[in-house]
Design a protein. Structure first.
Length: 254
């Protein structure tokens, strides 16, 4: 079993949802946390809550937009170029327009955050891991990286891109003690739908109405399982849905 104690873990998108829950799960296992997101107050709140429960844990915060082109320099300074585990999680969906009515700000927002920034984070951290001779990476993909749905052309395209990137990175680093993994959830009740519908919380709630969605802790616990396998074991991917979600487009509601 791999131990996570004192492992230096970088989590992007740690201020909410899956990233936040992963910070808690890793704190329980004694990891040193490097947390990134735009909302500084949410990061500070999280640090203060975790510190109350685990006073000896080292927690570092970096409020930034992962789309910042200076990301490599900022992360280098933030982490000292030493990271054992990367949870490459920051991402979002914007809108549910069909292609004929796509809003171009939404398109660019998804492509730049889910693809360009995600790849840039990996491009920054992978050489550090190769240099130190070990590292684990978990990319947040989605069932939308495997299957498609109407109104999801761009979001699906970005997650298909993440899937391709994960696979290639795994091929390129095989035999060099990097474990490149991926989690692909179906419906998880986080801020995801509120962000997708531009703050319309009522509309966001209808997404999960009459069914039990996954919660962020379900995903973070799966990541802990992946990370604590013996070093020779790579779980390529966990693809997971709530029981009521029979496929990306089949949701059974009470
Ligand atoms: N929820 C789902 O149903 C679901 C399903 C499959 C995959 N996923 C994927 O899981 C990942 C996490 O999503 P979630 O469900 O946890 O959503 P969430 O609750 O909205 O959390 C998203 C996190 O990403 C951060 N973030 C977004 N844009 C950012 C940017 N430009 N720079 C820095 N941080 C940014 C947000 O923080 P700030 O706003 O503070 O920057 C937040 O911490 C995403 O990649 C998403 O695509 C989610």
């Amino acid at each position: 079993m791999e131990t996570l104690k004192n492992k230096r873990v970088l989590i992007t998108g740690a201020s909410a949802g899956i990233g936040r829950a992963t910070a808690w799960s890793l704190a329980y296992h004694g990891a040193e946390l490097f947390l990134v997101a735009r909302r500084e107050e949410k990061l500070k709140e999280l640090k203060s809550e975790i510190s109350q429960k685990y006073p000896d844990l080292k927690i570092h915060l970096q409020a930034m937009d992962v789309n910042d082109k200076m990301l490599p320099e900022i992360l280098a300074q933030f982490t000292g170029e030493k990271i054992d585990i990367l949870i490459n999680n920051a991402g979002l969906a914007l809108g549910r327009d069909k292609v004929e009515t796509l809003n171009w700000d939404d398109v660019e927002g998804m492509i730049s955050t889910n693809i360009t920034a995600n790849f840039r984070v990996a491009r920054t951290v992978v050489p550090w891991m190769l240099g130190q001779g070990s590292g684990d990476i978990i990319n947040l993909c989605s069932v939308a990286g495997h299957y498609t749905y109407q109104g999801g052309a761009v979001y699906c395209a970005t997650k298909f891109a993440v899937q391709a990137f994960t696979r290639v990175l795994r091929e390129e680093t095989a035999g060099r003690n990097l474990r490149v993994m991926q989690v692909s959830p179906g419906m998880v009740d986080t801020e995801f739908s509120t962000v997708r519908f531009k703050g319309d919380a009522d509309l966001a709630k209808t997404v999960y109405k009459g069914m039990d969605p996954l919660v962020a802790e379900d995903i973070s616990e799966m990541m802990i399982f992946m990370l604590t396998r013996p070093r020779h074991v790579v779980i390529d991917e966990i693809l997971t849905t709530p029981q009521a979600q029979g496929s990306i487009t089949t949701v059974v509601r009470k």
